[in-house]
Design a protein around this ligand. Structure first.
Ligand code: NAP
Length: 251
């Protein structure tokens, strides 16, 4: 079978858990040499082992510019270029307006907005002409969700980045798309409900009831969409927002 990402060099930030880990596995199966990042060393090592031989783990916090410099210095020395960049690292937390703290704002925007911006900007010297950049959006970016406004605003910012960057990058034929999942069963999602397993399941059931397909998604269902955007199958898809949400935000 033809591999869709044969000989490509791919980076997945936040590639140690959930959607990023699933995407890194798919990219590797499709023939890419994959770099994954995350802040926690033990999770990083476990992810590299799970992804397999082609994977390289680099401990890096995407909101720290020095970490990004070190990441790209390593990629430059070892691979020389980047063909696929999935700026996936991110997350959020619940706080209603009235209780939002400076810390929540900074943590959310540092990861989801500053992190995405500098993950991409600092990669530019290494990005091959015709490369594919995938930004992690969310259905939250176009929906209202109680107590989730800071996260939603950060994802709306990400979506705006894609629209504008395709103009800044047009001379290099680099494609930039936003991949926006709905509710996907990942550690990042269930942890929103706290550590209690029953509360986590209650959150999943609540979210599933709002989705036309009647269930939350699996990380691999986002990974398959990421392979599409990363590959030549999406050669004329640029600046788009691809929702993989079971219909959640489409009704
Ligand atoms: P997850 O299971 O919590 O995984 C997040 C990954 O990002 C981990 O590898 C984590 O590793 C890494 N990460 C977090 N902050 C980081 C930072 N500052 N620097 C580097 N790495 C960082 O999350 P997920 O649910 O797969 O979500 C992945 C992306 O999809 C996020 O952008 C999220 O907002 C988006 N999304 C998720 C859903 C959903 O339902 N799950 C829906 C819509 C959008 P460390 O903690 O070790 O750094």
């Amino acid at each position: 079978m033809v591999q869709k990402l044969a000989n490509k060099v791919a980076i997945v930030t936040g590639g140690t858990s959930g959607i990023g880990l699933a995407a890194a596995k798919r990219f590797a199966t499709e023939g890419a040499r994959v770099y994954v990042t995350g802040r926690r060393k033990a999770e990083l090592d476990a992810a590299v082992a799970a992804i397999g031989r082609s994977a390289v783990g680099v401990q890096a916090d995407v909101s720290r510019l020095a970490d990004l410099d070190a990441l790209y210095a390593q990629v430059k020395a070892q691979a020389g270029r980047i063909d696929v960049l999935y700026a996936n690292a991110g997350g959020g937390s619940f706080l209603p307006l009235g209780q939002i703290t400076e810390q929540q704002y900074q943590d959310t925007f540092d990861r989801n907005v500053k992190g995405v911006l500098f993950t991409v900007q600092k990669a530019l010297p290494l990005l091959a002409d015709g490369a594919s950049i995938i930004l992690a959006g969310s259905t939250a970016g176009i929906e209202g969700t109680a107590a989730f406004s800071v996260y939603a605003a950060s994802k709306a910012a990400v979506r705006a980045f894609a629209r504008n960057w395709i103009l800044d990058l047009k001379d290099r034929k680099i494609r930039v798309n936003t991949l926006s999942p709905g509710a996907i069963r990942t550690p990042g999602l269930v942890d929103l409900a706290g550590p209690d397993a029953a509360q986590q399941q209650a959150l999943v059931d609540f979210l599933a009831a709002k989705i036309p397909l009647g269930r939350v998604g699996d990380p691999d269902e986002i990974a398959k969409a990421a392979v599409f955007l990363a590959s030549d199958d999406a050669s004329f898809v640029n600046g788009a927002e691809l929702f993989a949400d079971g219909g959640q935000a489409q009704i």
